[in-house]
Write a protein that binds this ligand. Sequence first.
Ligand code: CS2
Ligand code: MG
Length: 416
Amino acid sequence: MPSQGDISEGHAGERTITGARVVVCSPGRNFVTLVIETRGGVTGIGDATLNGRELAVASYLEDHVCPNLIGRDAGRIEDIWQFLYRGAYWRRGPVTMSAIAAVDTALWDIKAKMADMPLYQLLGGRSRDGVLVYGHANGSDIPATLEELARYREMGYEAVRLQAGVPGLDTAYGVSKDSMFYEPAGDALPEEQIWDTRAYLRFVPELFEKAREAVGPEVALLHDGHHRMTPQEAAKLGRALEPYDLFWLEDATPAENQEAFRLIRSHTTTPLAVGEIFNTIHDCRTLIEEQLIDYIRATVVHAGGITHLRRIADLAGLYQVRTGSHGATDLSPVCMGAALHFDSWVPNFGIQEYMRHTEATDEVFPHDYRFEKGYLYCGETPGHGVTLDESLAAKYPYEPKQLPVARLKDGTLWNW
Ligand code: CS2
Ligand code: MG
């Protein structure tokens, strides 16, 4: 067998991977977690959650990745990443990259624990004291949304995303029944929602006009278009929102065609953010190199772990594009913990999304990160600072759930 570094470096025997297993649990929502064990007794965990397609990643890991890990040196993070990416022959894609991310995150956790350091130290140390986060204020109409905005301000948030119900539509993206614990995945089969972009475009500027009147100029206000506009519609909205000085307009249009952002960019100075569904650097190369966006939203779990996210951030840094990682509740606390170490280090940091997990989720994933006055702080525990209570997790079995779908009024399937 060609060298896997098992004996070539000091203490490598201790680092030999002796176990790799997947834990699927549903403390309020589904999470997939990979646990890697080493001969020396140090374990690491990584998030592998892909909302609505969880079991595909669990199987990819259990059936195809875990058997390949046994006997390898856990210290060889880069080599294992390359082995899983190139070695599978089939590259990229959310299932593959979430699985690789879970391995990568668990290995960084192990390396940092063995070094007796918090993960950010291994990346190069802190570039900032705290990580600026944005929360989600949403409501069925403008007054309800502004009430939520005031509540977030009281909690200390300096940046808030606003989503509100659109007059004439029963549902709108980002508006939830429980405003604090937003969870879009509903039943075993997707809920069908009706969408009308023109109604939405008529409404959104008023939401931000009223919000600015209410909170003044300083608070950072964000908005998520959730892939629903065409480039021309997005350009029009970006322009209409300019007087209200948004921090960003997110997912203005789908980005499989990265060039689509040229049209939006040429019409508006509203900052643009995209990338929560990206999984590799190739998904955003044109967007970054042509400076078509301001923030790249890829994050640890869906973009190949710390190892790959670092490559994306470094490319972005060349073009003054900053990070703004996805941090919805369908990314587990394990991803959040790792992301916060990344955010504390990355030189071109912008902002981190922070949707609070439920109490049940937090109990299953004890962690040392904490929120204070609009910022999250990663802890000083060696590793990424998040653990998994497996006996508690076992009390919350997997529940089949999928994300909703959106249709236009005539029944045409649209982008949710
Ligand atoms: C959202 C997500 O956080 C965001 O910006 O777009 O809530 C997204 O809808 C979910 O992660 C999908 O699972
Ligand atoms: Mg989003």
